[in-house]
Design a protein around this ligand. Structure first.
Ligand code: NAD
Length: 384
């Protein structure tokens, strides 16, 4: 079997497999997963050279919102039943059980988890994140994690992150419970805000999601800055959290319907997909054009995934390959819940390194996605 490429993660000394195992599906975020399926997926991943696993204390979505939140992403879009049923800390528990059952030597895998975002809301206080790492380690059945991320920091006060949370994480690092510190979130401006204000070297890694994929590649502009700061870059959600799959996005997906419509391409004679409106400010970090879905379009269209399938191609494969092409990004986290998905994603990566990307399909898919290119959604609270 061809080997999976490994790439350096900033100044951490880690060499991560270019495909990373996103463990949120193990928390049943995208549907039910049996223990056998989870175990088989993790086993195959490890056997095939995937050495990086990402999880969090909140793999699922919570309807509870911190008071004062002006812009909220996915929590408001799910039913309370869904949140109750799938909520909580399952991803860490399932991943921990799999790793311990497989008895893999600790130095052979790299694990990141997060703190600050929980089933009952956000809490970036020093006290809570200090307690959180112990809870995570117990669920993961580990003595330390390799990376501890501050999770979705746009939902907290960024000044608190700078002045209280990061210093608390430094103490956790000194205690040996985490080897490196990261920050995650959706709006890209949060990263520069924090990195410009913390002492050099106190944040080792950035995890950005839904901003380096075939439909949204805005992270590319930030890469030189992150490199200048010596920060390693992890990207996540190359399949746009299910948008770029045959099955399509889960019910809670935060994208506006205008963006979800990117799954559709017109059949001959269809009306236009989207009607473009004037710019609007989504939050203080992002400005994007405002597209309105043309209601008469749906029903007269074919999904992009189905279109690729008709041609014997796979939308998820080309989407993942697109994200993998940029070598400034150490690893691309894909959410996986079965050995079939692990197999497919590994094959996509190996094929990319041996044969390159299918340029014809890429151009076709990019052309279809052009009207919604870099369209995102608001996430977090408005901050001055
Ligand atoms: P993703 O884009 O990786 O999509 C995951 C979905 O695609 C799941 O439904 C999965 O079952 C499906 N899938 C995977 N491989 C497939 C294949 N070959 N064919 C068809 N479908 C396939 O989105 P994600 O899971 O949200 O992101 C990946 C990981 O990144 C997460 O699991 C998590 O670890 C991390 N992440 C972190 C943050 C954060 O820190 N704020 C946010 C998003 C994601």
């Amino acid at each position: 079997m061809a080997t999976l490429e490994r790439r350096e993660l900033g100044n951490t000394g880690f060499k991560l497999s270019c495909v990373g195992f996103g463990a949120s599906p193990l928390g049943k975020v995208f549907g039910d997963v049996s223990h056998e399926d989870a175990l088989a997926a993790v086993r195959l991943a490890l056997q095939s050279g995937i050495n990086f696993f990402d999880t969090s204390p909140l793999a699922s979505l919570s309807p509870s919102l911190k008071k004062g939140a002006a812009f909220i992403s996915y929590p408001c879009r799910i039913s309370p039943f869904f949140a109750r049923f799938y909520g909580g800390t399952l991803s860490e528990t399932v991943l921990g059980n799999c790793l311990s059952e497989l008895k893999v030597p600790r130095e052979e895998f790299i694990v990141s988890t997060k703190c600050g975002r929980y089933k009952d809301g956000f809490d970036f206080s020093a006290q809570r994140v200090t307690r959180s790492i112990d809870e995570s380690l117990a669920r993961l059945k580990l003595d330390y994690v390799d990376i501890l991320h501050c999770h979705d920091i746009e939902f907290g006060s960024l000044d608190q992150i700078v002045n209280e949370t990061i210093p608390a994480l430094q103490k956790i690092k000194e205690s040996g419970k985490a080897r490196f510190i990261g920050i995650t979130g959706l709006p890209l401006g949060i990263f520069t805000y924090v990195l410009d204000r913390v002492p050099p070297g106190s944040v080792d890694v950035v995890l950005s999601y839904c901003h380096y994929g075939i439909n949204d590649s805005t992270l590319v502009d930030l890469l030189p800055y992150l490199k200048s700061k010596g920060v390693g870059v992890i990207t996540a959600s190359p399949l746009a959290m299910g948008l770029l799959t045959d099955v399509g996005p889960p019910e809670w997906h935060p994208a506006p319907s205008e963006l979800k419509a990117l799954r559709f391409i017109p059949k001959p004679g269809s009306p236009p997909l989207l009607v473009m409106h004037t710019s609007r400010s989504a939050d203080r970090f992002i400005q994007h054009p405002y597209y309105k879905l043309n209601p008469s379009f749906i029903g007269t269209s074919l999904s992009l995934a189905a279109h690729c399938k008709e041609k014997g191609k796979n939308i998820s494969k080309i989407a993942l390959q697109y994200s993998l092409m940029n070598k400034e990004i150490a690893t691309v986290l894909v959410g996986m819940n079965s050995s079939k998905q692990v197999e497919e994603n590994l094959a996509a990566a190996v094929e990319l390194s041996s044969l390159g990307i299918d340029e014809d399909l890429l151009h076709e898919v990019e052309a279809v996605l052009q009207p919604v290119k870099n369209l995102t959604w608001p996430s977090g609270i408005q901050q001055k």
